[in-house]
Design a protein around this ligand. Structure first.
Ligand SMILES: [Zn+2]
Length: 372
């Protein structure tokens, strides 16, 4: 990891300043992504913003800022690399917005200042660390400085480390408000596109299909010209969900559909009509306490996904007394706390969580019964 100290004047950093809610914020003559495209905006309080301006006016030092060298050349000029602000986004934005005339501090806009004060403001030097290194070095280091910084999400950090055509294109599909992924699959995804949660989910699914981590997947594709491959994969996942479970329900939101698709996408035995009847039955079964688990249960048969209702203490105590403190299978006596309340007829065979279907078993008998 190479970290270079650099002095950058406010004049330099505000040159070519451009701010668009979706398109991002750029400065430093177009070479610095102050806020990259499709990244959420941080909310900075007016008081904090004004304090930054007063600090510069008084020529007091601001905390050091961190830029990352994106490893791309600007308009093919190797002497003009591109940078991204990793820490110091709000301070940089405050300075740019003030010089741009967007707000006043102590009743003065920038253009109300006498020209010598304006010049002094523009000549103020920001202290910047520019860092360059391998992707994993950058990611480790970003995580450390982010602790005190503006709380970037993991995926925002990854986007900074693996910046390039592929990441930019992937963000176009997944990271914009009203983006293609939002329109297609917003009902199935948790989180917000602008916070990179959709992108993170999509990459996680695609990477899992190949047994890789998100970082390994991004490193492998970083220099691809486009992210159309990821988009096609994601569409296949959603197409499959809509074909197998055509009726949309709120319980479907946020489930790991890509992981289900990776495991079950090629099965030919899944009948959407039968599955829908099962979903209706399970949705209305009071013993199924985790309704969102129904989908995975239907794919895998794992009953634990449904969190079948357990007997309450009152029903268990009643059965314990009725059995004379004896295990219903081995007949030995146990303390109440050493026993388990068991469904006589298992839930999977139609047994309900009602007092007449409750029996107390010792630990060993319960385990043996469960293993059958
Ligand atoms: Zn027993």
């Amino acid at each position: 990891m190479k970290i270079e100290e650099r002095k950058v004047t406010v004049r330099e950093v505000t040159e070519g300043y451009f701010n668009d809610a979706e398109e991002g914020v750029v400065g430093y003559d177009g070479r610095l992504d102050i806020r990259p495209k499709y990244q959420r905006e941080f909310v900075y309080k007016d008081a904090q913003r004004n304090e930054v301006i007063r600090t510069v006016m008084k020529e007091l030092p601001l905390n050091v800022m961190y830029w990352v060298d994106r490893g791309e050349e600007y308009e093919d000029d190797p002497d003009e690399p591109r940078y991204e602000v990793l820490d110091g986004q709000q301070r940089t934005l405050s300075l740019c917005e003030y010089v741009d005339g967007s707000f006043s501090v102590d009743d003065k806009y920038f253009n109300n200042l006498p020209s010598d004060q304006q010049a002094k403001f523009l000549d103020y030097e920001l202290f910047v660390y520019v860092c360059n290194g391998t992707d994993s070095e950058k990611l480790d280091w970003f995580r450390i400085i982010n602790i005190a910084g503006e709380e970037l999400t993991d995926q925002e950090l990854r986007n900074a480390v693996y910046a390039g055509n592929w990441t930019s294109d992937a963000k176009r599909y997944f990271s914009k408000t009203g983006c293609a992924a939002d329109t297609l699959a917003g009902d199935y995804l948790r989180g917000a596109s602008i916070r990179q949660e959709y992108l993170e989910t999509a990459i996680f699914w695609a990477a899992s299909a190949e047994g890789k981590t998100i970082e390994a997947y991004m490193a492998e594709h970083q220099n691809d010209p486009s992210a159309v491959q990821l988009w096609n994969y994601f569409r296949s996942v959603i197409d499959w969900v809509q074909a197998i479970f055509p009726k949309k329900r709120k319980e479907m939101k946020g489930l790991p559909w890509g992981l289900f698709y990776n495991q079950h996408g090629k099965r030919t035995d899944l009948d959407p009509k039968k599955l829908e009847m099962e979903i209706q039955r399970l949705m209305s079964d009071e013993d199924v306490t985790k309704k969102s688990g129904i989908y995975e249960y239907l794919l895998t048969g794992e009953e634990k996904k449904l969190s079948i209702r357990a007997f309450d203490r009152r029903d268990a105590l009643a059965a314990y007394e009725k059995q004379g403190h004896k295990c219903a299978i081995c007949g030995e006596e146990f303390e109440f706390e050493q026993m388990h309340a068991d469904h006589i007829t298992p839930w999977s065979k139609g047994g309900k969580t009602t007092p007449d279907n409750c029996q107390m078993l010792c630990r060993d008998c319960n385990l043996k019964k469960g293993a059958q």
